[in-house]
Each structure stands twice: as structure tokens, then as C-alpha cells.
Design a protein around this ligand. Structure first.
Ligand code: FAD
Length: 568
């Protein structure tokens, strides 16, 4: 058995290592076009901000380690430029001296990844001050340039994971950072209501956000970029530009070899990651995979899936079965002090896919209030109606958002429902969480909605309600109300509710909220028990509403619907 691997990072290195564990005698040759193999792509942005102190720390395994520890031959600076399927060889170009040669294979693994998109339509895109972030060489070049004297203003184009992480790290490195994003929000795995927390966080830390804006030119000489928003052209100062608007799978080799390419432009593979040629496998960012929630094929540029695919493909080469259950898409990111994670379908994605669904938005404490590091966490749970099947979740907070989302990812993978989540027995100590964890609480709230125990409106529906003079009751205490409240809202604290029942109208809908929806839920139950049938909870309550409205109000200069925001 001779395995040839194209691409020496996540998918390629994982395949090579797995094959070695399965077969002590296999000959394994791994080609990598770049200078390094098996580096930590995901840690690259943190080198800019000094979290990763040395670029050496980005290198996980060196070619020498591969040889000594695993008897895997690594050839860096060697690009595979053709696959000759009939002769079962690849043509390799040694980039150090230009020499070309053929290398035979029994099995071939394609793990060439995806390259950053650099649209030719942007004038000046090839300027020396424009960078992308894909590998260690890129990040060293970018950091060196950023550290040159006179480089103060940075524009990051694209608000996905890489753009956001690069923006944060350059900000920490003391740069004046602007982030320009073509759509109305950064971080598409999050719904618009949730992502406002991240918009605010970036804004609070001095990253200037330009949303719904498209960069049309890089003007290296004048140190700016030109962008356009709703037909209005504007310039943003930019001594340095980082392009992070997405990646395109590297399919050229596969295409030229006549391998099938899927509809989403990834290499087409079967459930064992074989391409249309059974001796050629492909994994990672270059392929398209089955999305178990959408029942369609799509691309998912994440490290965990690439590693799992690599192991499954290697196993298949040795007749070890693998049950490919598809992907749900779980990801996390830290934005300054906020940890953000998402799994499965957002509301947006569920709607696009035609699901019947609903969602709940909560802001519970992640630890008991007695603990000094207790913080609220924004948590959104998306579920199918009427089955209660869990479709997705998003969590953002200072605390362990990833832990909550990992739990939900496990539930989704096991086709869990709200009832399962309600019953899920999780560990507890005040050091880590609350006895009824946020995820259990979300299930309880969602079940109340699913079973029709109460109705709700979402934070994005509140502005029209306020503007049309709807009857809103704020059940927080007077001191909380006085610090900031919805304009026109009536303050009847929960503790005094029973004395004020006759003030509450029965003939029109009455909207309730508190700080985080806990007290408004008690109020709602108390009112329902006394025959009030037209009471609606404001999902997310005042905290959710403040976070939802704040950034938009600031950006647009529109009239706030609250007297003051409150984020405590
Ligand atoms: P890669 O790891 O990109 O490896 C492909 C390699 O193939 C490249 O080094 C390329 O040079 C080489 N190659 C291509 N063509 C040839 C050829 N013809 N001959 C020889 N060599 C070739 N994912 C997460 O899950 N979490 C994160 O936090 C995260 N952060 C990221 C941050 C950054 C800055 C980047 C760039 C990526 C991040 N990712 C993250 C994504 C993750 O790194 C990728 O999904 C994963 O590495 C894909 O693995 P791959 O093997 O398909 O491609």
C-alpha cells in the first residue's frame, strides 16, 4: 500500500497519521505546497495579538517529527500539479528548484483545502498592503507589515470567523481597526438578534463596523479603501487591508483529472469520502458534505469535520466501516470578552429550509448570583413545531457558551427533543453553573411555548408595538425601571402585581417584560391563574431588547424606544 497525500495540514496530516496507525508497513508520502505542515490554522490570528507569542508555537508537528515518529515522508514546497489516473501517479513540482517528477500511488488523498477569495473586481486588490490569512507564512508577513512604522489604520474586509478574529487581534496590537462587511451582520451562524451582542462588543472595543457595505477599491497610495453602502460611496483609512470574505475550495487538480465536482463547487465525495474515482479520496475544505439538518450537500470549512473525515477515509481504505451521519455545523468564536457559539440551524436557516419552528431567547445567569463571576448569557434555542425536535442553538456570554452549545450539539446529533433536554441531567456546582442549567431552562421555556402555556413576541417585534402604543407592563422594581425602561411602559413590579390587577386591561393584548423574563414569567403565570388570557411575554425582556436596539440606534441615529439602555 502506498498512500500519497496532497496537502499537509488538517485533513492531509490526519489521514497520514491514521493510515500509519492502521498499517505499520504502508509507504506514506505527503506533499505540501507551502513551507510548513500540520500547523494550527485556527491559532493564526492570535499571533497578531501576541496571545501566541512565537510563530514557532503555531507549528504542531514538523516534517522531521513525521519521519522520526511515524515514518511518514513529508515533502514541503512541493506542489502536486496533476493527477494521472490511468498510470496512478501524480505529477509533482518541486517549488525550490522547479524540477518536475512523477510519484506513484495506490490510494490518493486530496486534502488541498480552500483558498481565500480575492475578487479581481476590487481595484487595487493586488497592492502590497493587501493580505490574506491562511498559513504561517501569511501571518508572519501580515504581522511584519503591521509592525512597520506608519501602519496605524487597518481595514478588515469580511465579518466571518477569520475577519472577526483578525480584527480583534490587530486591535489588541494597538491598531485603529475598521471592519467592513457586505451583509447587515457579522458572523452568519448567529441570528440578527443574537449578533447584536457581538456588534456592540466590537464597537465597545473600538472596532469600527461598517455593515451592508461593499469594498470596491484599495487605494494603497492614499492609504484608504473605497466602499459603497446603499449607493453612497465613502472612504475608510487603510494603511493595511486584510481580505477575509470567504474561501473557495481548491478543486483545480480534481477538475483537471476529471473528478466530479458538486453543485456547491466542492469536490463530490460519497459517504466514505471517495471521489468519483474509488482510489482517490478527498476531505476537508475542498469537499462538499451532507448536512443532516438540511438534507442537502454543502461546504463546511471547519477543522473538526476535516479531521473526522480524514479518519473515516483512512479507515475505509482498510475496510473499517464508518457510519456517516452527516454534519450539523457547530462553531465558536471569542469576540473580546464575549464567548459565542452556535450549532445546528439558526432561525434564519430554519426559515430558509422551510421548517415549521419557533425559538426562545433567554438571558439567564450562567452561575448563581452569589458567585463573583456570575454573568448573564444570551441563549437562543430553535425547535421544530409541533415535534419539539431541537434544531439549533446560539449562546453568547462572558461564561462558558461553548459548553452549552456542545450539549445542544450532542442533543441534535441524537435527534433530541425539548422533553429530552428538559430531563437532561448535567453536572452542577456553583463554580460552573446553575442547578437548573441554562440549557434545561431553555427547554422549559420552549415547552411552555410549544404546549401553548403562554405566548411571546420576539425582541425584533417590540419597536412596532411601542410605536403603535401597545400596553406594556414592566414588572421590575421601581429602581430598575427608573434606570431605563421602554417608553410608555407601565411599571407594576411583580411584588405589587396582585394589588394592581384592576389596572390591567382585559380587552387588549398586554405585553409583559422584566429584566431577563424570569419575573415576567411569574407575573404571566399569576395573571393567567386569575383569568387574564391576553398576556404576551416579551422574549429576551429588557436586557435582550437593550442589546437588540442599542447598536442599531447608535448606527442609524434613530429615536430609541427606551429611555435608557441597561446591560446589567
Ligand atoms: P488546510 O488545513 O487548509 O490544508 C490544505 C493544505 O493543502 C494547504 O496547506 C495547501 O498549501 C495545501 N495544498 C493545496 N493544494 C496543494 C497541492 N496541489 N499540492 C500540495 N499541497 C497543496 N476551523 C475551526 O474549526 N475552528 C477555528 O477556530 C478555525 N479557525 C481558523 C482560522 C484561520 C485563520 C483559518 C485559515 C482557518 C480556520 N479554521 C478553523 C478552518 C480550518 O483550519 C479548516 O477548516 C481546516 O484546516 C481544513 O483542513 P484542510 O485539510 O481541508 O485544509
Amino acid at each position: 500500500m502506498k498512500l500519497v497525500v496532497v496537502g499537509g495540514v488538517t485533513g492531509g496530516a490526519s489521514t497520514a497519521a491514521r493510515v500509519r496507525r492502521l498499517d505499520a508497513k504502508a509507504e506514506i508520502v505527503m506533499f505540501e505546497r507551502g513551507e510548513h505542515v500540520s500547523f494550527s490554522n485556527c491559532a493564526l490570528p492570535y499571533y497578531l495579538g501576541g496571545v501566541v507569542e512565537s510563530s514557532d508555537h503555531l507549528l504542531v508537528v514538523t516534517p522531521e517529527d513525521f519521519k522520526r515518529r511515524h515514518d511518514i515522508e513529508v515533502r514541503t514546497r512541493c506542489e502536486v500539479i496533476a493527477i494521472n489516473r490511468k498510470s496512478k501517479t501524480v505529477t509533482v513540482k518541486d517549488l525550490t528548484d522547479g524540477r518536475k517528477y512523477e510519484e506513484p500511488y495506490d490510494k490518493l488523498m486530496l486534502a488541498p483545502g480552500a483558498s481565500p477569495i480575492l475578487p479581481k473586481t476590487i481595484a487595487g486588490i493586488e497592492s502590497k498592503n493587501v493580505f490574506t490569512v491562511r498559513n504561517v507564512t501569511d501571518i508572519i508577513a501580515l504581522k511584519n507589515y503591521a509592525e512597520k512604522s506608519g501602519v496605524e489604520n487597518v481595514v478588515v474586509v469580511g465579518g466571518g470567523f477569520i475577519g472577526v478574529e483578525v480584527a480583534e487581534n490587530l486591535c489588541k496590537a494597538g491598531k485603529n481597526v475598521s471592519l467592513i462587511e457586505g451583509t447587515e451582520q457579522i458572523m452568519t451562524p448567529f441570528d440578527y438578534d443574537m449578533v447584536q451582542i457581538l456588534h456592540k462588543e466590537m464597537d465597545d472595543h473600538g472596532v469600527k463596523l461598517y455593515l451592508s457595505s461593499t469594498v470596491t477599491a484599495v487605494n494603497a497610495e492614499s492609504g484608504s479603501v473605497t466602499a459603497v453602502k446603499e449607493g453612497q460611496i465613502f472612504k475608510v483609512p487603510a494603511d493595511l487591508v486584510v481580505m477575509a470574505i470567504g474561501v473557495m475550495p481548491e478543486t483545480k487538480l480534481a477538475e483537471e483529472a476529471g473528478l466530479e465536482i458538486g453543485e456547491t463547487h466542492g469536490i463530490k465525495v460519497n459517504h466514505n469520502y471517495q471521489t468519483s474515482d474509488p482510489d482517490i479520496y478527498a476531505v476537508g475544505d475542498a469537499v462538499e458534505i451532507f448536512n443532516k439538518m438540511l438534507h442537502t450537500y454543502g461546504r463546511l470549512a471547519l477543522a473538526g469535520p476535516a479531521q473526522r473525515q480524514a479518519r473515516a477515509a483512512a479507515d475505509h481504505m482498510y475496510g473499517i466501516p464508518h457510519n456517516n451521519t452527516g454534519y450539523i455545523g457547530s462553531s465558536c468564536v471569542r469576540v473580546f470578552h464575549q464567548n459565542a457559539a452556535a450549532t445546528g440551524l439558526s432561525e434564519k436557516a430554519a426559515a430558509k429550509a422551510g421548517y415549521h419552528f419557533d425559538s426562545v431567547l433567554l438571558f439567564p445567569s450562567d452561575k448563581p448570583g452569589s458567585m463573583p463571576d456570575s454573568h448573564y448569557m444570551g441563549f437562543k434555542l430553535v425547535f421544530e413545531v409541533p415535534t419539539g425536535r431541537i434544531l439549533g442553538a446560539q449562546a453568547i456570554g462572558v461564561g462558558a457558551a461553548d459548553k452549552r452549545i456542545d450539549v445542544i450539539a450532542a442533543m441534535i446529533t441524537m435527534n433530541g427533543t425539548l422533553e429530552d433536554l428538559k430531563e437532561l441531567e448535567l453536572c452542577y456546582s456553583p463554580v460552573f453553573g446553575t442547578a437548573k442549567d441554562i440549557v434545561n431552562m431553555a427547554a422549559l421555556v420552549a415547552l411552555n411555548i410549544l404546549y401553548g402555556r403562554f405566548t411571546q413576541v420576539h425582541v425584533n417585534q417590540v419597536r412596532p408595538l411601542v410605536e403603535s402604543g401597545a400596553y406594556i407592563i414592566d414588572v421590575r422594581e421601581a429602581d430598575e425601571y427608573n434606570k431605563g425602561h421602554i417608553k410608555g411602559a407601565h411599571n407594576i413590579p411583580l411584588s405589587e402585581l396582585r394589588e394592581h390587577l384592576d389596572e390591567i386591561p382585559q380587552d387588549i393584548p398586554v405585553y409583559l417584560h422584566c429584566r431577563s423574563s424570569q419575573r415576567s414569567y411569574y407575573a404571566l403565570s399569576a395573571l393567567a391563574g386569575r383569568g387574564f388570557h391576553n398576556i404576551v411575554n416579551i422574549s429576551g425582556s429588557f436586557l435582550g431588547l437593550s442589546l437588540y436596539e442599542y447598536f442599531n440606534d447608535k448606527m442609524t441615529g434613530r429615536e430609541p424606544i427606551v429611555t435608557a439602555y441597561n446591560f446589567d
